[in-house]
Design a protein around this ligand. Structure first.
Ligand code: EPU
Length: 342
């Protein structure tokens, strides 16, 4: 039942060879409950989806619970809206493909994001102008300590940029998300869909392909080709996507940096808040393509660090050097995006 001293290399996209003291893959809530009841005494638990946003820089002295619960069900449909309940172990991109095939829209901009559906709300995954919270309705989760089940709606999840209540001390590491319910648009009902195309790269790709009438499938294809151009395939170059969040600073701070670096890429969030492009800052400092101790900054996207032999530890060491350099030059702290186990 529990595997002991289990090598996690095939369970994390950074291909770290860390060992888990115990490992258990559950494909139903009953199996999860069984594992929680019979877990070895005094051992902590860590919930793992497909390991695309986690860095194992050392062995894990915990029970790693791997969520592989499957299932996608339409639970309600009213006018042009459709509610879809998806099990936590479903791979995110397979859900996107399923939705497109069914004629549902809402997920196309989130195409090709690695990871599982259960992990998606934890950091409120997002790309190309859309975040999970835009289509999120509710989730069901099981408390590790007690086995208690709760449902949380959108407000209770407290979503923000790469953030949810599951990142706060009161919730972090204490819940297993077993299912997520999303509200999508059913094109069959004749509802007009508004596609999010205002991203420069999307507009350029649409123009290049000369697309007159967009569909979710076309939009998804566009996103997939943009992502494939700059983000490395973890099966070829082990990575966890963006290694740092784009920092949010005050408009005053942004102005200060811009005085020194007039080309700074930034997006205004409100009158007094600005988001800075971390990839641009790292790139400016000459890190793009640089290799250091078995880790490498990706050639096409400086925000992505890859494991080229040194494992999770080398990637973390490289990330610290980048953080120090960015702090020095721009006065900004880059917060890591993935969960790091040192
Ligand atoms: N840039 C550079 N050099 C680089 C990288 C970026 O100059 O090496 C510039 C780009 O030219 C652009 C700006 O920085 O002007 C932003 O770059 P990009 O559009 O590639 O997006 P990003 O901010 O680096 C974020 C997400 C990605 C998501 C894309 C598209 C975060 C931390 N990352 O990246 O998400 O796919 O936007 O929406 O918010 C992930 O979270 O793992 C991830 C890949």
């Amino acid at each position: 039942m529990f595997k002991k001293q289990y090598c996690l290399v095939d369970n994390n996209t950074l291909a770290s060879e860390a060992l888990a003291a115990y490992f258990y893959a559950f494909s139903s809530e009953e199996q999860l409950s069984e594992a929680l009841t019979h877990r070895p005494d005094g051992v902590g638990c860590f919930v793992l989806g497909s390991g695309s946003n986690v860095v194992f820089a050392s062995d894990m002295d915990t029970l790693v619970l791997h969520n592989v619960i499957q299932g996608i069900d339409v639970v309600d449909q009213v006018d042009g809206s459709v509610w879809v309940k998806v099990a936590g172990g479903v791979l995110w991109h397979s859900l996107v493909l399923w939705s497109i095939k069914k004629g549902y829209s809402g997920l196309e901009n989130l195409s090709l994001i690695p990871g599982t559906v259960g992990a998606a709300p934890i950091q409120n995954i997002g790309a190309y102008g859309v975040e999970l919270c835009d289509v999120f309705e509710s989730l069901d989760a099981i408390e590790i300590k007690t086995g208690r089940r709760i449902s949380l709606n959108k407000g209770q999840c407290d979503f923000a940029y790469r953030h949810s209540v599951f990142k706060t001390p009161a919730y972090a590491g204490q819940w297993v998300v077993v299912s997520v319910t999303l509200k999508l648009c059913s094109l069959k009902e004749g509802v007009g869909v508004e596609f999010k195309t205002e991203y420069g790269e999307i507009e350029a790709e649409l123009a290049r392909r000369n697309i007159a009438q967009l569909t979710p499938e076309l939009m998804s294809n566009v996103i997939v080709s943009i992502r494939q151009r700059k983000l490395p395939d973890p099966n070829v170059l082990p990575n966890v996507g963006s290694f740092f969040k784009n920092p949010i600073v005050s408009t005053r701070e942004c102005r200060r940096i811009k005085n020194k670096f007039p080309d700074l890429v930034n997006y205004s969030l409100s009158e007094d808040k600005c988001k800075l492009a971390a990839g641009w800052m790292i790139d400016q400092l000459g890190w793009k393509g640089r290799e250091d101790g078995g880790a490498k900054v990706h050639d096409q996207q400086a925000l992505v660090l890859t494991n080229v032999g040194g494992g999770g530890k080398a990637v973390v060491d490289l990330s610290k050097k980048i953080q120090a350099d960015v702090k020095d030059a721009f006065g900004v702290f880059l917060e890591p995006e993935p969960l790091i186990f040192i």
